[in-house]
Design a protein around this ligand. Sequence first.
Ligand SMILES: [Zn+2]
Length: 101
Amino acid sequence: MSRDEQQVRWGRQMLEWLDEKWPQPRACPVCRSTDAGWDLGHIGEIRVFTGGGLVLGSGSRIYPMAPVMCKNCGYTFLVNAAHAGIVQPPKPEAAEPEAGQ
Ligand SMILES: [Zn+2]
């Protein structure tokens, strides 16, 4: 399965999750629109902030997040896709030996 196909599959699962968890009407908390609708973005990730550097391994954590965007104003909120059951929860990255060891 290609990455695009995977994102489409996850998008369908997200729509099912939203239908189950988010009752109508789905008003935007910013523009108050109830009829503009919402778009789904591709699942991305958020990493734990470590002071500005990118840490791989060493027990760092990644949170897979699905953006849901208001079609009228662009207000966006994120759903933790692992908590929602869309993707497998990522395991903390194992500590890796430093280069040269
Ligand atoms: Zn809005």
